[in-house]
Design a protein around this ligand. Structure first.
Ligand SMILES: [Fe+2]
Ligand SMILES: [Fe+2]
Length: 277
């Protein structure tokens, strides 16, 4: 039986000694496989790995959950520090994308340096796919997640053009799953596809219904009361063992999840380690 361990390396919150930033990076060990999901914005990644005694050169895989800057900014450093790392990404991660609020247009796409570093990698080290992929028999990626629920949306004013004509469905949003003896461990970046869409798709892909743990950003800060209600009802039906909301979940949303879910909810922060035997 291989042990799965999770360490939050970059998050909006941090334990003393770690840096906090708006972003996410999650180190996952599954037996001998070492995987990094996302890289944060960049500045917190190397110092936090150092503080947490994580050696980037031991990484085998870098998975990108989607192309936002707060998940991809540390990519050049990871590629320079992890010499044989394989990168797994949806092809749409490099799309230009914007957040538009009250006519204020903010580019939120992958930084140019990250795009250049990604494109400079030899083709043999980058796995581009919009389809589900298996890294090993027990570890997989969703690729584009079908949007099935009528209560979930990408979670913000996201557009593919600075004029705001083309809404961004963030089709590159994907999740990482690990099959353990006691059910699925599901790691999400920002969950722009919606948490329930993500969980039910992974159950369908793997044929495994039991969810052991969910970790990552859930992007529920702008969720309607209806979305929160439906999300909570469905989560209580799905009965995971543990939820670790972090990054972009939203403070009030985390409180509501803690108050109303009938299973364990432990808010995440940089430095949190979890071992699942
Ligand atoms: Fe994010
Ligand atoms: Fe995002």
């Amino acid at each position: 039986m291989s042990v799965t361990s999770l360490t939050i390396v970059v998050d909006n919150q941090a334990q003393p000694g770690c840096l906090a930033e708006h972003g996410l990076a999650l180190w996952v060990n599954v037996g001998k496989e070492h995987i990094l999901l996302d890289t944060g914005q960049g500045p917190a990644l190397a110092p936090n790995m150092n503080t947490l005694n994580l050696n980037p050169n031991e990484l085998h895989h870098l998975v990108l959950s989607h192309g936002h800057y707060d998940h991809t900014g540390g990519l050049p450093w990871v590629l320079s520090a992890a010499h044989d790392i394989q990168v797994w990404s949806h092809p749409a991660v490099v799309e230009p994308r914007y957040s538009i609020t009250n006519e204020e247009v903010r580019p939120i796409d992958m930084p140019q340096a990250s795009k250049r570093a990604l494109h400079a990698l030899p083709g043999s080290r980058v796995h581009w796919s919009s389809q589900p992929k298996w890294i090993t028999a027990k570890i997989g990626l969703t690729g584009t997640i079908p949007r099935q629920t009528d209560f979930e949306d990408p979670g913000g004013p996201f557009f593919l053009d600075p004029q705001g004509h083309r809404p961004d469905p963030i089709e590159d949003d994907q999740a990482l799953w690990i099959m353990t003896d006691k059910g699925l461990v599901i790691c999400v970046g920002c969950c722009h596809a919606g948490l329930i869409n993500t969980l039910t798709y992974i159950q369908k892909l793997t044929g495994e219904k039991r969810i052991r743990a969910i970790i990552g950003g859930l992007h529920l800060g702008a969720a309607t009361a209806w979305r929160m209600e439906q999300t909570i009802i469905t989560l209580n039906e799905l009965q995971p063992e543990l939820l670790i909301p972090c990054h972009c979940t939203g403070t009030l949303a985390v409180e509501e999840l803690q108050n109303r879910l009938n299973f364990a909810v432990r808010p995440g922060y940089a430095g949190l380690r979890l071992e699942l035997k």
